[in-house]
Ligand binder design. Structure first.
Ligand code: ATP
Length: 231
């Protein structure tokens, strides 16, 4: 079945997964995230946070348990449909040697320039955009050449915003950005999350305060889980 439009509810039931089935990386993970809520995921390096994100994108199949998105078991979704409904922002932004427009729309010509420019300004990139020598036709280097780390992150947010997914997964950058960029990013995160369900692999205190629920993973198991106010 097709996934419903709008913010998506997420349910994970007793999920167990290991890259090597004999060595589980995640064990007995269960959680429920209502439409529009934001989950902050915390845990040490290697605790399994990124693995959880990969399972949601169906890059791997769990050995045990089930994930439901919008009430639909992940196994029963079409991959193309699933990837349209989940927006992922990771620390390393993949850019192509292509125009700004194509980088932001993944070559989807149905997205009008006006909409792109509007989102760029909502995200806080209007001055960056105004300085582009050829506007949306400006070619970007594939390695993000000429972009600051903050700008690259904001471009990734713009890209996800334009694809309008019902669930956002964000793997927050752990590196420090300058305070002005930091503030832009904080605002962009708010813009991105409004009316969407969100999972943030959190490295910043500000983000944790934005989360409705908190999940703390330790060695692949749930250490703490619940509404932020109660933890
Ligand atoms: P970090 O905060 O450093 O990103 P994390 O909590 O996201 O860590 P994961 O990347 O999910 O942790 O890794 C969990 C465990 O799975 C680690 O022991 C890691 O070595 C292992 N692992 C991750 N990716 C793979 C892979 N592709 N193949 C085999 N093992 C992997």
């Amino acid at each position: 079945p097709d996934l419903p439009a709008g913010a998506l509810e997420l349910e994970i039931n007793d999920l167990t997964f290991g890259y090597n089935p004999d060595e589980p990386v995640l064990q007995g993970i269960s959680l429920q995230l209502a439409e529009g809520r934001v989950l902050g995921v915390l845990g040490r390096t290697g605790s399994g946070k990124t693995t959880l994100a990969r399972l949601l994108l169906r890059l791997y199949e769990p050995q045990q348990g089930e994930i439901l998105l919008g009430g639909v078991p992940l196994r029963q979704t079409r991959l193309s449909d699933l990837r349209q409904h989940i927006g992922m922002v990771t620390q390393d932004v993949q850019l192509f040697h292509a125009t700004v427009r194509d980088n932001l729309t993944y070559f989807n010509r149905a997205i009008a320039d006006k909409r792109i420019i509007k989102v760029l300004s909502q995200i806080g990139l209007v001055n960056w955009y105004k300085n582009l020598p050829e506007g949306l036709d400006t070619i970007l280097g594939s390695d993000g050449e000429g972009l600051s780390a903050g700008e690259a992150q904001l471009l990734a947010f713009t890209r996800v915003f334009l694809s309008d997914p019902g669930l956002i997964i964000m793997d927050e950058a752990s590196s420090r950005l300058d305070p002005a960029t930091e503030q832009l990013i904080e605002r962009a995160v708010d813009t991105l999350l409004s009316n969407r369900t969100g999972i943030i692999i959190a490295h910043r205190l500000g983000t944790i305060q934005r989360a409705d629920d908190i999940l703390i993973i330790e060695n692949g198991r749930i250490l703490e889980y619940g509404p932020r106010a109660r933890l």
